[in-house]
Design a binder for this molecule. Structure first.
Ligand code: PMP
Length: 393
């Protein structure tokens, strides 16, 4: 008999004891501002469907048409999984992002893990914001490169680490950062990071998962909004959030991407996205480009929501986007808060360690452009009343 049953029982007991146990709970109608959970209708403040496109009839209809070409891509990109539609979408994306080329990945997670582990080798140095997404952390780990984790958005710390790498003679240096941080809703100081990248002869990769479609002209992304897109060497973003579909892209120089086609294991050894997804993303890209009204609505609703919570006395950190956390502190209190909100008709999942640092458990709200004013006002009232009851404010 193996030792595994006992081992797993002990590990689960430890997770429970630390207050870190998680459960999967089904959610119906998740593409809508009001969802169904355990038979109850809840205002959805937990989705990444920022522009409401996951429920858009034109995208769904494009996906239905896409399915006429087959239910699956049947193989990876380098075998027979690379369709003319995928190639056309990559060409469109490259033009849209003002880059030489673009590659489509099956998800943001596989893009980050694959790109970082293909690009970085053991003797290279990688500089990563401490609050970067787990997929970046995993890609770095897998690469075996020398990791430097700088304090969140701390340029002095980043510069000190770049200097240290210089002193040690580490030649190839890559800075990697989320543009919009997923648990805080703040934005990386890209202009200043680019200044450092140039000063120390590094390259820069940005993960624009939460900025793609949301910021910049035609929704091109955060670096475009800040006017610094040319200073970014690799632009990564997802189609799973504002685009409302699934998958991810990486855009940059042709030779770099050709290198990835040759070396990136998460691109080479996985089945390509099915035709439904390619068709859905292609239509979503058109809607994103024309989506100024949606972007304005989202920005207005987000700042109204954030301001009202701040005025009520909540700590919303440095949030500047559609992601608005309220700091609670303890895991148990955060869970209790989240449970009470859901009893009162508001869905917000508590975020606990290890997703955020110890002692920084929080509720994370994310807004949708398509939410009704009344839904937002109702949510704010419930959040404030419950926060007072629990002594959070
Ligand atoms: N990067 C960031 C910053 C993210 O928030 C996420 C999704 N949570 C990912 C990457 C992974 O993207 P995907 O869900 O498409 O795998």
């Amino acid at each position: 008999m193996s030792t595994w049953d006992e081992e797993i029982r002990q590990r689960m007991a430890a997770i429970r004891k630390q207050g870190r146990l998680r459960e999967s709970i089904t959610t119906g109608e998740a593409a809508q501002p009001v969802v169904v959970r355990e038979g109850k209708r809840l205002i959805n403040l937990s989705s990444n469907n920022y522009l409401g496109l996951a429920g858009h009839p034109a995208i769904i209809s494009a996906q239905q048409q896409g399915a006429e070409q087959g239910a699956g891509a049947t193989a990876s990109r380098l075998i027979v999984g690379y369709s003319p539609e995928t190639a056309a979408l990559e060409a469109q994306l490259a033009t849209y992002k003002g880059c030489e080329d673009a590659l489509i990945f099956t998800s943001g997670y596989t893009a980050n893990v694959g790109v970082l582990s293909a690009l970085l080798r053991r003797n290279d140095g990688v500089f990563s914001d401490r609050l970067n997404h787990a997929s970046i952390v995993d890609g770095i780990r897998l690469s075996g490169a020398r990791p430097y984790r700088y304090r969140h958005r701390d340029l002095n710390h980043l510069e000190a680490q770049l200097k240290e790498a210089d002193r040690l003679g580490i030649r190839n240096r890559l800075i990697v950062t989320d543009t919009v941080f997923s648990m805080d809703g703040d934005i990386a100081p890209l202009r200043e990071i680019i200044h450092l990248k140039e000063k120390y002869g590094a390259a820069l990769m940005v993960d624009d998962a939460h900025g793609s479609g949301v910021f910049g002209p035609e929704g091109k992304g955060t670096a475009y909004q800040l006017g610094v897109a040319d200073g970014v060497d690799l632009h990564m973003g997802t189609f799973s959030k504002a685009y409302g579909v699934y998958g991810a892209y990486v855009a940059g120089k042709k030779e770099w991407l050709h290198y990835l086609v040759n070396t990136c294991r998460s691109l080479i050894y996985t089945t390509a996205l099915p035709p439904t997804m390619i068709a859905g993303i292609t239509t979503s890209l058109e809607l994103i480009r024309q989506g100024e009204d949606l972007r304005r609505d989202l920005a207005e609703k987000s700042s109204m929501f954030r301001n009202q919570l701040r005025q009520a006395g909540f700590d919303t950190g440095e949030s500047m986007t559609q992601i608005v956390p309220i700091m609670v502190g303890g895991s148990d209190q955060t869970l209790q808060y989240s449970r009470l909100l859901s009893e009162r008709g508001v869905l917000s999942v508590g975020i606990r360690p290890p997703t955020v640092p110890d002692g920084e458990a929080r509720l994370r709200f994310s807004l949708m452009a398509t939410m009704k004013e009344q839904e937002l006002q109702e949510s704010i009232t419930v959040i404030v009343d419950t926060g007072r009851e629990l002594g959070v404010i």
